[in-house]
Design a binder for this molecule. Structure first.
Ligand code: NZQ
Ligand code: ZN
Length: 390
């Protein structure tokens, strides 16, 4: 294992179908005003909102609400949330929803006490809050598995006016103080969103796995997580109410992106960069945007990362090594990935998401490009990948 790193993850997790019972005790650690953030209404329809509000009331909290956080939250909405938090002297931000709600909560928490232009500082310049800046504590009650936002400091925000979606990973001060993960809460997630979340998990692992060639414990962990996602996804698409499969998916999502499996690794993240841009132009669910450009991207990455793609074929997909060249093995691994994506019903083209050829220059332009795992792409390469993905 090469590289130097430190590991610190302050998020306390409660997991399981009784995990909401721990909320009341956790609330004792915070002041009286709770900003309850949620999305477009699913938590009201499935009854989770009522359960959470009852606990907040029992704990004597004053509830301030910020509803209507959309999927892929916008800068405009963030401005609204910051205003609400500023007006109400909030003590704790409680996110109740999926990755969008959780990301947004962290974005509000970082911005409330910043006096300047928080969009410019945190997202455009990618700076961290100053050491003496006050940050509000965030907690997350997760209702959808996928992003890992419940145990990381990521916040992805879309500037809709400029069709620009950009993420910022804050330092550990913005990680949720605690997160509650009840797999039963994910049962009402629409099947398309469940599948998008599943591919998001798979791709988070691949983004970290497909870099470097050293013998690194992180890669063995990644392989185990990928095997679990592949297995549980097959069960969940046939029977979305299978608790065991849904609970494994939820737990895998957390470990796929809480920094653990990226330790000692360069990492990649170009599928996410292109995917974010596709998402900004098509409004597709995040995981679908990633799926739609993955095959064209990984065919290219394989050329520079052949030994790793061969290892992926054998260790993740159980493809026998005998009688195959390294290239044949690597290709068989990518084919297995594609077959699995088709089996669980993921989109493999950007056209399926509504992208048209005339959008390609714009999607290319708004894609953030940097030297990644095994590739050093140019803007022309991005255009070619998008054309191949049509
Ligand atoms: O808004 P509501 O009505 O709640 O509906 C949501 C939304 O429409 C619905 N949903 C969530 N839980 C539900 C449910 N519907 C029924 N029952 C439930 N229990 O699902 C839809 C999607 O929710 P959303 O939160 O948008 O999905 P996801 O968790 O995939 O989050 C996507 C966002 O996270 C960002 C993405 O870019 C995107 O903006 N990401 C955050 C990352 C991070 N923090 O590290 C990394 C990821 O790569 C990703 O970029
Ligand atoms: Zn993702």
């Amino acid at each position: 294992m090469q590289g130097n790193f430190s590991y610190y993850n302050p998020t306390k997790l409660y997991f399981g179908d009784e995990s909401l019972n721990f909320l009341k005790d956790e609330l004792k650690g915070y002041g009286p005003v709770v900003l309850l953030i949620y999305g477009g209404g699913s938590v009201k329809r499935n009854g989770i909102y009522d359960q959470v509000v009852a606990i907040l009331r029992e704990a004597g909290k004053t509830i301030v609400e910020d509803p209507g956080v959309m999927s892929n939250p916008t800068l405009e909405k963030l401005n609204e949330g910051v205003k609400i938090a500023r007006q109400n002297k909030v003590d704790l931000i409680l996110a109740l929803g999926g990755g969008s709600v959780c990301d947004y909560a962290k974005a509000v928490a970082a911005s409330v006490y910043y006096k300047g232009d928080y969009w410019e500082k945190f997202w455009l310049k990618q700076e961290q809050p100053d050491a003496n800046q006050r940050l509000l504590p965030v907690a997350c009650i997760l209702t959808m598995a996928g992003t890992g936002s419940e145990m990381n400091a990521g916040t992805v925000i879309t500037d809709a006016e400029h069709t620009f979606k950009v993420g910022h990973v804050f330092d550990s001060r913005l990680m949720p103080k605690f997160s509650i993960l009840n797999p039963k809460f994910t049962m009402s997630v629409p099947i398309d969103q469940m599948k998008a979340g599943i591919y998001d998990i798979m791709n988070h692992i691949m983004e970290q796995y497909f870099s470097d060639f050293d013998d690194n414990t992180s890669d063995y962990l990644a392989e185990g997580l990928m095997r679990s996602v592949v297995h549980s996804a097959r069960i969940a698409v046939k029977d979305p109410q299978d608790y065991e499969a849904r609970s494994n998916i939820m737990w895998t999502a957390t470990w796929a992106l809480n920094t653990l499996i990226g330790l000692g690794k360069k990492e990649d993240w170009m599928v996410h960069m292109i995917g974010h841009s596709v998402g900004a132009w098509t409004h597709a669910p995040h995981g679908y945007a990633l799926a739609s450009v993955s095959m064209a991207y990984y065919r290219r990455a394989m050329e520079n990362g052949m030994p790793k793609f061969a290892r992926f074929a054998h260790n993740v997909w159980d493809i026998p090594t005998e009688g195959k060249t390294e290239r044949e093995l690597a290709q068989a691994g990518l084919q297995a990935l594609k077959d699995w994506m088709l089996e669980i019903g993921l989109p493999l083209t950007i056209s399926e998401l509504g992208a048209t050829p005339d959008m390609i220059p714009g999607i290319t332009e708004t894609t953030v490009v940097y030297p990644a795992g095994y590739l050093n792409l140019t803007k022309q390469d991005i255009t070619d990948i998008l054309k191949e993905s049509l």
